[in-house]
Design a protein around this ligand. Structure first.
Ligand SMILES: [Zn+2]
Length: 466
């Protein structure tokens, strides 16, 4: 199929695909609130059966079911090659409701954009992929390779049960390469993809100073949990934004020269970033003399996500709080281990005299970076060039986090993430949307990528044999 044919097939399929997506988006599948899980699982299985796939709903290891789907290569396809897609059917809570201009679970199209919770993260991507498969099924000779899906229902709560499923069912999910859940157009309308992801150590620090809140006059002689906590936090990162916890940087894998080069060329506008967020301070990379792109991809972070203690309401209340709590997230890079980070922070607090502060890890995930030289990585990029008007962008890893490491560890495959989102799609926020043109382009990209997938991998094997 040439580009003109692909585009015309996609346009023909579009009305039905949009209806399917709207129906899928009408399920309020909020994993954090245990909503609509069985109905959504049924509907996902139904969508897969409709385009000729088989499913197994795996639920023997706890948590929300993991859906396995499989489509066999057609008579003219290469059954020795398998592509795996990773998606999730759960969504973030829609709150605050009053900030939505439309109902979050009543999908609405306005000016070429489809608004609904989950449109971009991650229901639109699944329907785009299934539509690409449907288009290829209609072709003489059928699908060009085997295609599998792993669709989980707990991504938005940190995938707490995914690892045991992947370990137990790794034969079932075995594949040659994986397309991850998300991606989209950046500020300059380039499709932005990644071949890896950062990890995470999400920590809660708690200081308990007393059993009850006290009149603040006792501050003359009673120690203060809030001061203790902020002093402990201040000992972990200095005013130059350098992380001071001993051992925090242990094991970090140095990026290759190629990866560094790609990152130095990523699009990034300091001005646009400052404007987007209404920043009141210069970027922290400026004082460090570091390129923000490099920091975004290659450097770990330590961020205070929230602080809670005492009275923060209107007016004055003179109180000495009994306790203080902080949520801290550390985005990790390949080679760092969340368990080791936790140990290092515990040691740091003990060494600096903060034995009254306890640390618990709420969520830990390792980072993952695919082999940048794998032919699959080049193939996803090349097929994007065929469809998208502007030069695609592919970073070695995202600045965000997901359960990619266990896929790499259990299935030993390269992973590239791409999708139908856009810079203004507002994932996790009110008025989430996708643009229908991006949805259309995403389907076309997957048609082209799947068509050449087996060949791209075999070409490399032949080269090695020769
Ligand atoms: Zn999400």
């Amino acid at each position: 199929m040439n580009k003109v044919q692909v585009v015309s097939y996609v346009q023909e399929s579009l009305p039905e695909a949009i209806e399917k997506l709207k129906k899928y988006l009408s399920f309020p599948t909020v994993s954090a609130q245990h909503k609509a899980i069985p109905e959504t699982v049924d509907y996902v299985a139904h969508m897969i059966h409709e385009v000729g796939g088989e499913t197994q709903v795996l639920d023997d290891l706890g948590g929300n079911p993991v859906i396995y789907a499989c489509f066999a290569a057609g008579t003219e396809g290469d059954a020795s090659k398998t592509l795996l897609y990773y998606n999730h059917y759960d969504v973030q809570p829609p709150e605050p409701f009053n900030e939505w201009n439309t109902e979050p679970f009543d999908p609405t199209v306005i000016d070429g954009k489809l608004y609904a919770r989950g449109a971009a993260d991650n229901k639109g991507d699944l329907v785009a992929r299934l539509t690409a498969i449907q288009i290829l099924q209609q072709k003489k000779g059928g699908l060009p390779c085997n295609i599998k899906f792993l669709i989980e229902g707990e991504e938005e709560i940190g995938s707490p049960n995914l690892e045991p499923y992947l370990r137990k069912y790794k034969e079932l999910f075995a594949a040659d390469a994986c397309i991850w859940e998300f991606g989209g157009k950046d500020e300059a309308e380039h499709i932005s993809m990644v071949a890896g992801i950062k990890g995470m150590a999400y920590l809660e620090l708690t200081c308990v100073g007393a059993d009850i809140d006290m009149h603040s006059s006792v501050g003359a002689y009673v120690d203060n949990a809030a001061w203790r906590l902020v002093q402990a936090l201040a000992s972990m990162k200095n005013q130059q934004n350098e992380i001071l916890v001993e051992g925090f940087f242990d094991g970090i894998e140095e990026p290759t020269e190629d990866e560094k080069k790609v990152v130095s060329e990523l699009p990034f506008s300091e001005e646009a970033t400052a404007q987007l967020y209404g920043l009141k301070r210069p970027l922290i990379t400026e004082a460090k003399g570091v390129d923000p792109r490099e920091a975004m991809v290659f450097h770990p972070t330590m961020t205070i996500c929230g602080l809670d203690s005492g009275y923060t309401g209107e007016g004055a209340k003179t109180v000495l709080p009994k306790n203080a709590k902080a949520k801290v997230d550390c985005r990790l890079v390949p080679g760092q281990d969340p368990q080791h980070i936790l140990k290092c922070i515990e040691n740091h607090l003990a060494k600096h005299g903060f034995t009254d502060i306890s640390v618990t890890m709420i969520n830990g995930q390792k980072a993952y970076r695919s082999d940048f030289h794998h032919p699959f990585v080049a193939h996803v990029l090349d097929s994007a060039r065929d469809i998208y008007d502007k030069e695609p962008v592919l970073a070695p890893n995202a600045a965000g986090t997901g359960p990619m490491f266990i896929f790499g560890e259990e299935l030993k495959l390269p992973v590239v993430s791409t999708g139908v989102g856009w810079v203004g799609c507002k994932v996790h926020a009110p008025n989430e949307s996708i643009r229908l043109k991006d949805f259309e382009d995403g389907i076309a990209h997957m048609v082209v990528m799947l068509s050449g997938f087996a060949n791209a991998l075999s070409a490399q094997e032949k080269e090695i044999e020769a």
